[in-house]
Design a protein around this ligand. Structure first.
Ligand code: DIG
Ligand code: MN
Ligand code: MN
Length: 389
C-alpha cells in the first residue's frame, strides 16, 4: 500500500483566506478567477484536509461593511467552521491595501493615520479573539520608504514600537492572551520595508515593553528575497524562543515575492526546513502563505493547496528515513560525535581555566589536516531526496 500523504488535523496545516481565495490579479492584470466567499473557502480547505484557516480582517469582513452585515458574515463563517471542524489559529490586520495606509500605517508621518491603524487593529484583534485565534500576526506591508529623503528611519522604528507596545497593553487589558508574531520582509510593496529580516525583527522585539509576548512569523519567500538561508533564520528564532508562527511557501532568490507552492522552487531547502521543524518539535501551525499560479482554475487551486501539504508530508517522511539511515547517521556521528569533549567555552569561564587555556599548546598544522566528509553526506541526502536510496 503506497504511503498515503493524506493531511490530518494533527499535522496542523493552515491556509489564509487570501491564499486559496486569491482571484489571480497582479500588478499587470485584473483578477482571472471568480471570487469565492469565506464560507466556500472554508469548505475547499476542509475538503483538501487542512486543519485551520487564517484571515486579515478585510478578507472576512469588507472594510465598509455595516455592523449588521459584519455580524451576518461572522455568523455564517462560524457555522462553516462548526460544520467542517476547521479552526482559526491565527488572525491579522490588513494595514496595506487601503489608500489611507499608502505612506505606512503604524509608521505613517500622519498621526491620524497612525491612530486609525491602531483602531483598525484593535477591532481586528477583537474579531480574531472572537473566532479563537491564539497568534496575531503583524506584517508591515506599507511600513517602509522609497527614498531616505524623508524622516530618519529612527522615527519609523520609534512609531512601530509605540504601536506594538500600545496593542500589547490592549491585548493584556482585554485578556485575549494573543501571542504577537511580527513578520519581516525586505521590500515590496514599498521600495524598502523597515525590519527587513528575521534577525532585524528579533533585535527589535528586545526593545519592546512586553518582549515576552512577542515573537516572529518568518516566511520562506521573504528571507529568500534577501538571499538568506531560511532554515538558519528559523533556527535563530527557535533558539530565542520566538518562533511563534511560520509562513511556508517557496521562492527563487533575489526575485519579487513569488509565494510559490511549498517546495515548488527548492525541494532540498524545503527538506532541511522540514527536518529542522520536526527535529525540534515545532508545535505551531504549518501555515502556507502561498498562492496558486494566475493560470490556475479553481480545480488547480485545490491541487495547489493539496500539493503544499503533500510535499510537507513527503519531506517529513524523508527526514524520518534520514534519521533511520545507518550510513548517514554513522557519518553524522563521525562529523559531530556526541562524546566530543566539550570545548572550554561550553564548560563556562573561570580565571584558572582561561589562564591554562592561554598556555595550552596546539598543533595548528595538525588541526588544519583534519577533514570532514560533507560531500559524501550531502550526496547521500541527495540520493535520498531523489528517491534512489
Ligand atoms: C504576506 O506575506 C503577509 C500577509 O499575507 C499577511 O499579513 C501575513 C500573514 O501571514 N503574511
Ligand atoms: Mn510573501
Ligand atoms: Mn506571509
Amino acid at each position: 500500500m503506497p504511503h498515503s500523504y493524506q493531511p490530518r488535523p494533527e499535522h496542523k496545516f493552515t491556509f489564509g483566506l487570501w491564499t486559496v481565495g486569491n482571484p489571480g490579479g497582479d500588478p499587470f492584470g485584473p483578477p482571472v478567477r471568480n471570487p469565492r466567499s469565506p464560507v466556500e473557502l472554508v469548505h475547499l480547505l476542509a475538503d483538501a484536509g487542512a486543519y485551520g484557516v487564517n484571515f486579515h480582517d478585510d478578507d472576512l469582513v469588507p472594510i465598509d461593511a455595516s455592523p449588521s452585515k459584519r455580524d451576518r458574515i461572522v455568523s455564517d463563517f462560524k457555522d462553516a467552521l462548526d460544520e467542517t471542524g476547521l479552526t482559526v489559529p491565527m488572525a491579522t490586520t490588513n494595514l496595506f491595501s487601503d489608500p489611507a495606509f499608502r505612506d505606512g500605517a503604524f509608521t505613517s508621518h500622519d498621526p491620524e493615520v497612525r491612530d486609525y491603524a491602531l483602531q483598525k487593529t484593535m477591532r481586528a484583534m477583537d474579531l480574531g479573539a472572537e473566532l479563537g485565534a491564539e497568534v496575531y500576526v503583524f506584517w508591515g506591508g506599507r511600513e517602509g520608504a522609497e527614498t531616505d529623503a524623508g524622516q530618519p528611519p529612527t522615527d519609523a522604528i520609534k512609531r512601530y514600537r509605540e504601536a506594538i507596545n500600545y496593542l500589547a497593553e490592549y491585548n493584556a487589558d482585554q485578556g485575549y492572551g494573543l501571542r504577537f508574531a511580527l513578520e519581516p520582509k525586505p521590500n515590496e510593496p514599498r521600495g524598502n520595508l523597515f525590519f527587513p529580516t528575521v534577525g532585524a525583527m528579533l533585535a527589535f522585539i528586545q526593545t519592546l515593553d512586553r518582549p515576552e509576548t512577542v515573537g516572529v512569523n518568518p516566511e520562506v519567500a521573504h528571507e529568500h528575497m534577501s538571499g538568506l538561508n531560511f532554515t538558519h533564520a528559523v533556527a535563530q528564532a527557535h533558539d530565542a524562543g520566538k518562533l511563534f508562527h511560520i509562513d511556508l511557501n517557496d521562492q527563487a532568490f533575489g526575485r519579487y515575492d513569488q509565494d510559490f507552492r511549498f517546495g515548488a522552487e527548492s525541494p532540498k531547502r524545503a527538506f532541511f526546513l522540514v527536518r529542522f521543524l520536526e527535529k525540534v518539535g515545532y508545535e505551531g501551525p504549518r501555515h502556507f502563505d502561498a498562492h496558486a499560479h494566475r493560470t490556475s482554475g479553481w480545480e488547480d487551486v485545490r491541487v495547489f493547496a493539496e500539493g503544499c501539504m503533500k510535499t510537507y508530508l513527503i519531506l517529513k517522511e524523508k527526514a524520518e528515513q534520514m534519521r533511520a539511515d545507518d550510513e548517514i547517521q554513522a557519518l553524522l556521528g563521525e562529523i559531530n560525535p556526541d562524546g566530543h569533549a566539550q570545548s572550554e567555552a561550553a564548560n563556562g569561564f573561570s580565571s584558572e581555566g582561561a589562564a591554562s587555556l592561554k598556555e595550552r599548546s596546539f598543533d595548528r598544522e595538525a588541526l588544519g589536516e583534519r577533514t570532514q566528509p560533507y560531500e559524501r553526506l550531502d550526496q547521500l541526502v541527495t540520493d535520498l531526496l531523489l528517491g534512489v536510496r
